[in-house]
Each structure stands twice: as structure tokens, then as C-alpha cells.
Write a protein that binds this ligand. Sequence first.
Ligand code: PGA
Length: 254
Amino acid sequence: MQKERKLLIAGNWKMNKTAAEALDLVNGLRRELAAVKEVDLVVCPPFTALGHVSQAILDSNLRLGAQNMSEHTGGAYTGEISAAMLKEFSVRYVILGHSERRQYQKESDLLVANKALTAHAAAIKPIVCVGETLEQREAGITEKVVGDQVRGSLAGLSKDQIEETVIAYEPVWAIGTGRTATAEQAQEVHAFIRRILAGLFDEATARRIRIQYGGSVKPSNARELMSLPDVDGALVGGASLEVRSFSDIVKNSI
Ligand code: PGA
């Protein structure tokens, strides 16, 4: 399948896998996916496994991502992790503003935008997550919610920075529920996000930005979702925790 933008498929391991378990998983992925060139591949282990995974993927086609990062560059912020600390492990991507963090840690669009700026300053590519809840979808305000999140979470980014940013559309009602957005629902919101980006920047820039879909992506629905014109990859949670399911998602997307 020839796509306008190269697909980016990332595994968000969330709070799963000890360092030893992470090593098992990534070694399996490295073996299974060694021949894949058509898709950019990223694994996002928990912080405590970054060192091990970083070593394990040397000279491979897998890239490393983190699941969060501080907006500050250093100092008295107990429990936080800075961009420089991530860079030490060759982290290339960082997931920002995941709905779980927006919900449990009360992360705001402004905070996510500040984190994105901090990530760019360290040459780490942010994967900025947006998405509506079921309640919001049913109230017919999906575009308002997602539009506000996109504008707010990308505030202050330059054109160069936005081109090095990935957006992940993850409808909250589809995350970890087994309930995936239909192809039509996903394409509709992705196209909407691209229109917002065109307004914020310009058409040509908007066409270069990758927008991933996330929310119960699995081997059986990957092909259809990844073939949609404005879907440029996947952010995979549950199905990224096993070699077989993540590899099958990648292979079914090519
Ligand atoms: P899921 O999670 O694939 O388990 O639905 C996706 C995500 O939260 O990034």
C-alpha cells in the first residue's frame, strides 16, 4: 500500500513490563520485525526499562519513545524526568498529553504545549494525544473538543517544529475497551485535524504531518484503519504488549 506519509506505528506499553520483561518483548520484536522498512517503528516502555531497551535496539529498525516528560529542563521537581535524561538513552519520541494523563494527572492543553516545546528544544519528537470522551461524542461536540485540544496542545510551535510533531487521535471511549472507531469515524476526525493544521500553518505543512490513530488497534482492524487516507500510523496500547499481536499489526499495515 502506497501512502502519502510513511506510517509510524508505536507501542505504548503504559505501566507494564519490568526491565527484564521489557527486554524479552523487545528482543522478540527485533527478531520479528527486522525486515520491515516500510513503516517507522517505535516502542515506548516505562522509564525504568528505557536503559535496557535502548541497548537492545542498537543497530535495529526500532526507535525508542518515552511515555511522558517534564516541561522543565531540571531542578527541584521530585519524581519528574527531564528531556536530557531521556536523551541519554537515545529517546527519539515522547508521548505527551495521553488521555490517561489528562484524566488522572489533570494535564491541561497548556501544559502539553509547554512539554512539546521542551521536547523540541531537545530534538525529541512529541506524539501529542487528543481525543473526545464518549459523553462528548454523544453530545455532538467531538470537533469542538478535538479542535480545542489540537490548538491548545500545539500552541507556540513553529512550522519547523510542527513538522517534527506527531499527533495521535485517540477517542477515549476506544482506549482499552475493545471498541474501535469505525473507519468512517476515524477518517472523519483525522481529516478534521488536518484541516485545523492547515488553518494554523498551511496546506503543504498539514499534508506532511503524521496523524496516528489509537484506541483498541489490533491485528484484525489494523489493515482497514491504516489504509485510510488521513491515518498515518497507530498508537497501540494493549496489543503492543505481545510480540505476536504487535508484529501482526505492523505486518497487516504494510
Ligand atoms: P489500547 O490503548 O490500544 O489499549 O486501546 C491505546 C493507547 O492508550 O495509546
